[in-house]
Design a protein around this ligand. Structure first.
Ligand SMILES: *[C@@H]1O[C@H](CO)[C@@H](O)[C@H](O)[C@H]1NC(C)=O
Ligand SMILES: *[C@@H]1O[C@H](CO)[C@@H](O)[C@H](O)[C@H]1NC(C)=O
Ligand SMILES: *[C@@H]1O[C@H](CO)[C@@H](O)[C@H](O)[C@H]1NC(C)=O
Length: 365
């Protein structure tokens, strides 16, 4: 366990070293193009009307002057318009359902377990599960296509760098990498303040998160009028059977028990947290795991698009903590239930003997 944490810490340190890699994110570039095009007031380029503009896809594409889409990207976009699967088994959604959004990249070993855990969640058959994919991976796709326990809809980010193997927004052959000197290496790219060039795979985490948020709140006909909460989880989350019902209770209690809370959450086990074992609800700082909020909160976040996109960091959560939440004026709290370790755990596959995946054992921490 300690070892895992140490390794994890090492990974994180390595990961943080990449921090400077993304001075202007891809999305920032899109935004900039957009700003230059419409030549609008820089400080407040996005009104709430922007989401309405975005619902006219061809109009939005013209305005953003996005890179030319590949045939495959167009196919994925078309697929995003398909109705949810399993409508025959679950023709209607519960009145008070909380939509669940599971965002994934390419870790089938984790996703299998996450989906298996979801299949046992009480109440899941009354809601819609949206799986948001960063890139198209056959093995990931197969797992999601096998889901029979609720309505399920897959969406694929059409401008994921994983969908553009050898051109922007992916890596072009002429791109500079890491700390390349553009003149010496005859490559293209503008390094950030630390001399690092763009790394599409890394920036993609933040871009996908922002695309997914915009798409589920404002872009999909299944959810754009959803008046309740949306829960966001990831492929390495193990969800307990009581999670969904607990969350429904939490969101219901939130207005009375914690009117200043922005969200409810299924926090993972953290033995160092204060208040462990309290027989009461707990308000804590907004986290990045199992968070759930409503459209009012999304509108507040969306108003800070410029801040989000131009902040020099590729982590969506750090960007939120550094730019968006502080702009709300009050400390941003989230409400969680008393049994801290019983609704969501983060998974970690430890390599088995010889480091082989076959013998991997699963640890939750
Ligand atoms: C969407 O935008 C395109 C391009 O600007 C325009 O021609 C079309 O009329 C718009 N469609 C709707 C339904 O507003
Ligand atoms: C959903 O599952 C519950 C058991 O957890 C069952 O009682 C209920 O009939 C199911 N509803 C649908 C629509 O399948
Ligand atoms: C959404 O949540 C916020 C924060 O808890 C709350 O102030 C607001 O009234 C809620 N909006 C709706 C439509 O329920």
């Amino acid at each position: 366990m300690a070892n895992i944490k140490k390794n994890r810490l090492k990974d994180e340190v390595a990961f943080r070293r990449f921090l400077p890699l993304v001075s202007i994110t891809l999305l920032g570039v899109f935004l900039l193009m957009f700003l230059l095009r419409i030549n609008s007031n820089f400080a407040t380029p996005f009104s709430d009307d922007f989401s309405q503009v975005l619902t006219n896809r061809s109009h939005a594409k013209q305005m953003l002057s996005l890179p030319k889409q590949t045939e495959f990207s167009l196919q994925l976009e078309k697929r995003n318009q398909m109705p949810p699967r399993n409508l025959d088994l679950y023709p209607s959604l519960d009145e008070d359902h909380i939509t669940i959004v599971l965002y994934v990249h390419n870790r089938p070993q984790y996703l299998k377990v996450a989906v298996d855990s979801l299949s046992r969640v009480v109440g899941i058959n009354g809601t819609l599960l949206i799986v948001s994919h960063d890139g198209y991976f056959e093995e990931m796709n197969k797992i999601v296509e096998g889901i029979r326990f609720c309505q399920v809809k897959q969406i694929f980010a059409p401008y994921s760098p994983h969908v553009y193997p050898n051109s922007f927004p992916g890596v072009s052959p002429t791109d500079c990498k890491e700390k390349d000197d553009a003149t010496k290496k005859h490559c293209k790219g503008t390094p950030d303040q630390y001399g690092n060039h763009r790394s599409p795979k890394i920036v993609s985490l933040k871009h996908h998160w922002w695309w997914m948020m915009n798409t589920v709140w404002d872009g999909l006909k299944e959810t754009k009028d959803h008046s309740g909460h949306i829960l966001f989880i990831e492929e390495d989350h193990y969800i307990y059977p009581n999670a969904y019902r607990n969350l429904q209770i939490l969101t219901e209690l939130k207005p009375q028990k914690c009117p200043h809370c922005y969200a409810a959450n299924l926090a993972p086990c953290d033995v160092n947290a204060r208040g462990e074992g309290w027989d009461s609800l707990i308000a804590e700082r907004m986290g990045n795991v199992g968070y759930t909020f409503n459209r009012t909160v999304w509108r507040k976040i969306h108003k800070k698009t410029t801040e989000f996109c131009f902040f020099d960091d590729y982590n969506w959560d750090i960007t939120m903590w550094a730019t968006v939440y502080p702009s709300f004026g009050n400390p941003v709290f989230t409400l969680r239930g008393p049994n801290k370790c019983s609704t969501l755990w983060k998974m970690w596959f430890a390599p088995g003997p010889g480091g082989g995946k076959k013998h991997a054992s699963i640890t939750v921490w």
